[in-house]
Design a protein around this ligand. Structure first.
Ligand code: FAD
Length: 498
């Protein structure tokens, strides 16, 4: 796609996906190429998407973004995991905390030692061996690179993040144009997109196009008909109501996901507001009831009316078609249960950059991109389905249906392996770690009937000692962490010299 004058990449859409793409391309595409972004003031961004997973820090670091400045600019907070309330049982709760649970001993994974001790009745719940969870529950968090290594992510205001990245990208040469795309022109022979045509007739030509137009998938679907795999039979929630409220009390360094009658509610603490939303299935709950339910469960005064959102869970069959790559909601949406959407944006851009062609796109490269993207999306899908399938809310029609649903073979195999032998493995390109799966399995009542045979080699007294040492080490690590609120207060303090 390059000629002697370099190539032009046109990003269509200026939401989180558009500006993350623009910032990453501005940082990594060599000089001599042009990056343009077109966004429409008439079509608003989705305006939600505030919780992330730890990989976001790799993205920000790669861009050279200073964490303190980032937290200040985006009114962000730190996130050590997600508390799931009412999923395993209506009154129970557990955390999917980032970071390791215990540690291996010799060749044996912690989960096998734990499963053996748990079945013998002397292991504590997993939370006792997780630095992240203990820290989160006691409102502590890691301060940048200092202190014990505790993986963390952020909650942030997505609109402010997009604005921050816009400034970053424009300062590095990305040109922004406002306008609504009305038409697309194609090259006759290849079928590649030649240009987008705006409402005022302006043509924006490019060699490569990144479709960040959100659910509408203006280029990837409306023009290139990539197709959509509908997963709503597995991930049945199809609507959300979102409303921010005034903050009340300290900011939890974790997201809360609270199961409700026909879906679940998120609670995401930011410095200036709490983000709240109810994700629900319209077959079981009306929009009106959803709005009431959400408003009845806020910590503080609502800052506006609940905003309805609709979606169909699933993914684009191909993320990359011809000379167009779909990034963000245009590539699919699985719902925000494990905060994976912004991560998928990052994963797509990173994958694209690692395959960035110098010349024409080799179809084999495109195929490999699509294979890897499909694999990653399908494994995330399975992880999300697990939360619904393994719910313990008997007697509630929505949840009863979820428990009874057929699940993908890949997930069924994973559950069988874990239940039967305590076995499961994170394969290459799979996003969620073994410790992540472990916490959701056990938190939602799927316990292993067995464990790795090598675990039995450890005498029971040694096993007891090992667990006690780990538990104490986790407490000691947490004691060395500062309070989450102190970290935020420092980030919000005026920068020196201002
Ligand atoms: P959008 O924000 O919809 O932006 C689309 C852009 O395209 C806009 O700039 C628009 O102007 C432009 N555009 C559209 N059509 C045209 C046109 N014809 N011409 C010119 N420009 C056009 N993700 C997370 O990681 N964590 C979360 O906690 C989370 N929560 C979510 C909760 C809900 C209920 C939903 C629905 C999503 C959530 N997400 C979350 C996903 C997250 O919101 C998105 O991944 C993220 O905002 C990216 O959106 P986007 O940029 O792809 O699309």
């Amino acid at each position: 796609m390059a000629d002697e004058n370099g190539y032009t990449i046109v990003i269509v859409g200026g939401g989180t996906a558009g500006w993350m793409s623009a910032a990453a391309l501005a940082r990594f595409v060599p000089p001599g190429h042009r990056i343009a972004l077109v966004e429409s003031d008439a079509i608003r961004t989705i305006g939600v998407g505030e919780a992330t997973i730890p990989a976001i820090r790799t993205f920000n670091d790669a861009l050279g973004i200073d964490e303190t400045e980032f937290l200040r600019e985006t009114r962000g907070s730190l996130k050590l995991g997600i508390a799931f309330e009412g999923w395993g049982t209506p009154d129970g709760q557990y955390m999917h905390a980032f970071g390791p649970i215990g540690r291996p001993l010799g060749l044996v994974h912690f989960k096998d030692h734990w499963a053996r001790a748990w079945s013998a009745g002397f292991a504590k719940p997993l939370a006792h061996y997780s630095v992240n969870e203990i820290a989160a529950r006691t409102m502590r968090a890691p301060d940048g690179g200092r202190g014990p290594a505790v993986p963390y992510a952020y909650h942030f205001d997505a609109g402010l993040y997009a604005g921050f990245l816009r400034r970053y990208a424009e300062a590095r040469g990305v040109t922004r144009r406002e306008g609504t795309v009305e038409r697309v022109t194609r090259h006759g022979e290849s079928g590649d997109i030649a240009a987008i045509v705006l409402g005022d007739g302006t043509e924006v030509a490019g060699d490569f196009f990144i479709d960040c137009t959100g659910f509408r998938g203006l280029l990837i679907e409306q023009e290139l008909a990539a197709g959509y795999d509908d997963w709503s039979h597995w991930l049945p929630c199809d609507r959300a109501m979102a409303v921010p409220c005034a903050p009340a009390g300290g900011l939890t360094p974790y997201t809360r996901s609270i199961a409700r009658e026909a879906g679940w509610q998120w609670r995401i603490p930011l410095q200036h507001r709490i983000g709240n939303g109810l994700v629900y299935c319209s077959e079981f709950l009306s929009d009106e009831d959803a709005a009431h339910m959400l408003l009845a469960h806020l910590d503080g005064e609502a800052l506006g009316d609940p905003r309805p959102l609709r979606f169909v869970t699933g993914k684009r069959r191909k993320q990359w078609v011809a000379n167009c790559l779909a990034v963000g909601l245009s590539s699919g949406f699985m719902e925000p249960l494990e905060s994976t959407s912004i991560h998928m944006i990052q994963a797509s851009i990173t994958r694209f950059l690692t395959m960035l062609p110098r010349g024409d796109v080799d179809p084999a490269v495109r195929d490999e991109f699509n294979r890897a993207a499909n694999f990653e999306q399908e494994r995330i899908r399975d992880f999300l389905i697990l939360h619904y399938k393994a719910n313990g809310r008997t007697g509630e029609p929505f949840w009863d249906r979820c428990r009874a649903m057929e699940i993908p073979d890949t997930l069924a195999a994973k559950i069988d392996q874990f239940r039967g032998n305590g076995v499961f493995r994170q394969v290459h390109e799979e996003l969620f770690t073994e410790d992540g799966w472990l916490q959701v399995f056990v938190g939602q009542g799927i316990e292993p009937d067995n464990w790795n045979a090598m675990a039995d080699a450890l005498p029971e007294t040694k096993l007891r000692e090992f667990l006690a040492v780990l538990e104490q080490a986790a407490l000691d690590d947490v004691r060395r962490l500062p309070s989450h609120m102190d970290i935020l207060a420092r980030a919000m303090a005026e920068p020196e010299g201002v």
